[in-house]
Design a binder for this molecule. Structure first.
Ligand code: GUN
Length: 293
C-alpha cells in the first residue's frame, strides 16, 4: 500500500523554468539587442479568459519579455482579426502571437490559428506546428502538454513503457500529448465522452492525465486508479466554491505514487512554457530562422 503519493509541484517547477527563461531573455538582449516580445489577443469579455491573459501579460513583464495587449470587443469581425494577425506576423518587434481561446462563435478558430506565422506560434497550435510535432521536429510545442512533460522530467518520472491514459482529445491538450508521450516511448490511449469502459482503461493505466474540467461530468476517484499510478490533473473547475481539478485528491493520493495538486500543479506550468516558447521564438527569429517548406 502506497504511503501516499509524492506531490508534483507545479509551483516549484514553474519557478525553475521561469528563472531559466529570464536568464535566456536577458542574455538575448545582451548579445543581440533583441528584446523578446509577446503579443496577446483577447476577443470578447469572458472573465476567465481575461484573467488568463492578464497573468500571461504580468509574467512576461516579470521575466523581461515585452508585451502587446490587444483586447477587442466581442463583435470584432473575423476579417479584422485576420488583418491584426497579419500586422503582428509582419511586425519585426513581435516574436510571439497568442490568440486566447475560445473565440466568439462567429469567428472560425481554425482560420485564425492558421493565419499565425509558424515562427511566432508560441501556442504551438498552427497546423504547421502540429504537423512538426507529429514528426518529432517541433520547435514550438503547445504549452500545457509541454508543461506536463516538464513536470515528469523534473521528477525523473520516465514514461517509457508506461500505459498512459489521457482523458481529453482537444488540439490544446490531448492530441499534442499523444505525440509527446509516444516520442518518449509510452503506450497511449486517448479517452473522451464516448469512450466505452473508461474505468477499466483507467484501472490498468500507469500514467493518467485527465483534462475534463467539469466535476459533475467526471471525477477521478480512487477506485479508478491502479496502485502506484502517476496522476496528472489538468482539469480546472469550481467545486464547493473552490478551484478544483478532475481528481478527488484526498482519496487518489492514497493510491497513486505521484500526483499533481490543483491549484499549484499543471496550471502554473502553462504560463511558464509560454514564456519559454516566446524567448525560443525570439532567439530563432534573431538568428534568421525561416519556415521549412
Ligand atoms: N485557452 C485555454 N488554454 C489556452 C491556451 O493554452 N492557449 C490559448 N491560446 N487559449 C487557451
Amino acid at each position: 500500500m502506497a504511503a501516499g503519493a509524492k506531490i508534483i509541484s507545479g509551483l516549484e517547477v514553474s519557478a525553475a523554468v521561469k528563472e531559466r527563461v529570464k536568464k535566456a531573455a536577458d542574455e538575448l538582449v545582451r548579445t543581440t539587442g533583441v528584446q523578446p516580445c509577446l503579443a496577446t489577443v483577447l476577443v470578447g469579455d469572458d472573465p476567465a479568459s481575461a484573467t488568463y491573459v492578464g497573468s500571461k501579460q504580468k509574467t512576461a513583464k516579470e521575466l523581461g519579455i515585452a508585451t502587446r495587449d490587444h483586447r477587442l470587443a466581442a463583435t470584432f469581425k473575423q476579417h479584422e482579426l485576420l488583418e491584426l494577425i497579419d500586422l503582428l506576423n509582419r511586425d519585426p518587434q513581435v516574436h510571439g502571437i497568442l490568440v486566447q481561446l475560445p473565440l466568439p462563435a462567429h469567428i472560425d478558430e481554425f482560420s485564425v490559428i492558421n493565419a499565425i506565422s509558424p515562427l511566432k506560434d508560441v501556442d504551438g497550435l498552427t497546423p504547421y506546428s502540429a504537423g512538426m510535432l507529429q514528426n518529432g521536429k517541433a520547435h514550438l510545442k503547445p504549452c500545457t502538454p509541454s508543461g506536463v512533460m516538464e513536470l515528469l522530467d523534473y521528477y525523473n518520472i520516465d514514461p517509457a513503457g508506461m500505459d498512459a491514459v489521457i482523458i481529453n482529445r482537444s488540439n490544446l491538450v490531448g492530441k499534442p500529448l499523444v505525440f509527446m508521450l509516444l516520442e518518449r516511448n509510452a503506450t497511449v490511449t486517448v479517452c473522451h465522452s464516448r469512450t466505452k469502459d473508461l474505468e477499466k482503461k483507467l484501472q490498468s493505466a500507469d500514467l493518467v492525465i485527465t483534462a475534463v474540467g467539469n466535476r459533475q461530468r467526471f471525477t477521478l476517484t480512487a477506485d479508478m486508479v491502479k496502485e502506484g499510478a502517476v496522476v496528472i490533473d489538468v482539469g480546472t473547475s469550481r467545486h464547493q466554491g473552490k478551484l478544483a481539478g478532475d481528481v478527488d485528491f484526498a482519496s487518489v493520493r492514497e493510491k497513486a505514487s505521484w500526483i499533481t495538486p490543483v491549484p499549484g500543479g499543471v496550471g502554473p506550468m502553462t504560463i511558464a512554457m509560454l514564456m519559454r516558447n516566446t524567448v525560443s521564438a525570439a532567439s530563432a527569429i534573431a538568428a534568421g530562422a525561416g519556415v521549412q517548406r
